[in-house]
Write a protein that binds this ligand. Sequence first.
Ligand SMILES: [Zn+2]
Length: 418
Amino acid sequence: MYHEQDALWTKVILNKYCSHLRMRLRDPEKLPTSPNWKAICLGFPIFKKGIAWGIGNGAEISDLYCGQQWNWDLVSFDLPHPIKDKIKAIPIQLHGSGRDTVLLKFSKNGEFTTSSAYRIANKGEEKVTQFHGQWIWKLDILPRITNFLWLCLHGSIPVKGVLAERGINCDKVCPLCRDHDESIVHLLRECIIACDLWSKLEVPPSHMNSFADSLEAWLKNNCLSNVSYKGSIPWCFLFVFAVWNLWKNRNEVVFDNSSPNPTLDNVCLSQAKEYYYCVSKAKQVVSRAVIVVKWFKPPPGSHKLNTDGASLGNPGKAGGGGLIRNSEEGWIKGYSRSIGLKTLTNYFAPFLLDCKSLMARLTLVRVAHVLERQTSVLIFLAKKGCCMREDFVVFDVSPSNELNRLLVSNSNGMYYYR
Ligand SMILES: [Zn+2]
């Protein structure tokens, strides 16, 4: 609505529900409204909570920022330094001509997305978002089994008990034993078919007690187990294939009219072994690639700008730095910039617009990502930016001897391994 203020639909809604006539009435909120307007009213506080200004030309927001500097003298009182640092960390468009615009704080490009709005809406309401199954995503297993476990923890496996609870007209009786209601726990642990499988597999003694725990604790205890199964594969691999096969076996009985597989234990064991030895990361040799890091001269007649950022902690003071060199490796200009307090703000739209605007002014330009060492010229300049009081400083010559030494090692074509 904000971004389409001139659209017909926005005008219709605003004229209908925000008209002077309506606002003057005693209790406008109690007047009849459409479901759309009700939804907008409900969503507006969330929208307000999540927005921040993205500064374009500064016309609508700030007179404080002029000529790449914050002009604090324009404020009639002295702002505390932590506040100034937070203000300085606001991403600003320096070169683009875009107008100031509202951005959504929690999305990377500042655009509104339903998922980011959902996150904002849920913030502070732990009960809604509380989910203790993050460990699932770290398991070294097939993605479809990961999804299955995730559904188990959410109580969303469509066994008959779950379907009946959700209002689907079906009987709750377990299709395997026809003796009890079919719940997720029954399917995986209590049904005669499940009991038979676990007894044939011979659960390690250290995990026997977990079979009396809640479904969540039981799954976690066994999936994260370090115990070895009869001296061969880890128990956790066999366990996840066992719960997965119990579900698959049940579906074959229900949908293909087949009988329960009497050798399910062998199927689970062979699948777990195959996965462990052929696919799992546990058996893969991790090879670390050594990358050579070196500064390369730009082609004759051109210039190269290398730039990087650094922060002293997170959250912590942040800075940026850069250096323009030519093909003779000469220092053309260097700079350091103080960015203020690094926060969780992560929208890059103002920077990207600036880069595009600057690149459009150059006839021939190439952008590339290069690897840096932790003690490079750029990190030196960026760290200088973290600590300095000024917003932006340009260096016509190298500002320190330490930097000179780093520059010399760059010029000599030193290689570093990373
Ligand atoms: Zn059963």
